[in-house]
Design a protein around this ligand. Structure first.
Ligand code: ADP
Length: 255
């Protein structure tokens, strides 16, 4: 099947005056269109490094990353981000925040404005369009940040610990909400998280990384026999514990 994103034998080391720190070693995997994958691994193993390489912020020492079959360097495909902090600007209304990416990209026109209004309505934020971000709950802020990203029609969404700034209870509902929005949007997504439960509740496949320098220990396909397959419903399903334990064992076996 066609891949949206493909990593082939990626190696990366940091070079500092103190010496060389190998961060990634021989990482290979591919994402199919519409797939939601999660990357888990011990703290400091190289997860953020991996995302920075996929985002094109850094270049691998060796190996190749392709997006829609083309090397990242010659690619004009757009990548969307969702980060721990929503980076909404307090001096702008929710609506104007959502248009910010389009303004920066110079794609702001009547069509994008119309789509912004539609997305606000579709995702229940219409009545907050003229509010300031501080008037929104943490969950609604993350929704607004996601809408801002979706407005740019990214082909790939990179999610870097997007829920880790939220308290546990909020985190469950917000990840359920955001997970469902991403599913409905049909976007291909790659989530980096240190939270195994989050990975199992959201992803189609969990990519398990080893201690630094990170290599792929195993890729676990995740599927639930649920009529309404949502992140919250997954957490209550019998398969959840099985997947959690399998991934936990794989990570701790490595230690
Ligand atoms: P993770 O996201 O899994 O916690 P990172 O990708 O942030 O891990 O870091 C992987 C390793 O690379 C860590 O050991 C870290 O100390 C090292 N590292 C990260 N950034 C730099 C840098 N700019 N310079 C040198 N070493 C770095």
């Amino acid at each position: 099947m066609r891949s949206i994103l493909e990593l082939k034998n990626i190696n990366y080391s940091y070079h500092t005056p103190e010496g060389e720190t190998p961060a990634l070693s021989g990482i290979s995997f591919a994402l199919a269109p519409g797939e939601f994958a999660a990357v888990v691994g011990p703290s400091g193993c190289g997860k953020s490094t991996l995302l920075s390489l996929i985002a094109g912020l850094m270049t691998p020492d060796s190996g190749e990353i392709t997006l829609n079959g083309k090397p990242l360097t010659e690619n004009s495909s757009n990548i969307g981000y969702m980060l721990q902090h929503d980076h909404l600007f307090e001096w702008r209304t929710v609506y104007r925040n959502i248009l910010l990416g389009a303004e920066i990209n110079r794609t702001l026109n009547a069509e994008t404005k119309k789509r912004a209004s539609e997305l606000l309505e579709q995702y229940g934020l219409k009545q907050f369009a003229r509010s300031k971000p501080s008037q929104l709950s943490g969950g609604m802020r993350q929704r607004a940040a996601l809408i801002r990203t979706l407005l740019l029609e990214p082909e790939l969404l990179l999610l870097d610990e997007p829920f880790s700034a939220l308290d546990y209870q909020t985190r469950l509902t917000v990840s359920d909400d955001i997970g469902q929005i991403i599913r409905r949007s049909g976007k291909t997504a790659l989530l980096v998280t240190h939270d195994l439960s989050e990975a199992v509740s959201l992803a189609d496949r969990v990519i398990i990384l080893s201690e630094r320098p990170a290599s792929v220990l195993r890729i676990v396909p995740v599927s639930f026999a649920l009529e309404n397959d949502t992140p919250l419903n997954r957490r209550n399903a019998p398969e959840f514990k099985t997947y959690f334990n399998q991934i936990w064992k794989e990570l701790n076996h490595d230690e």
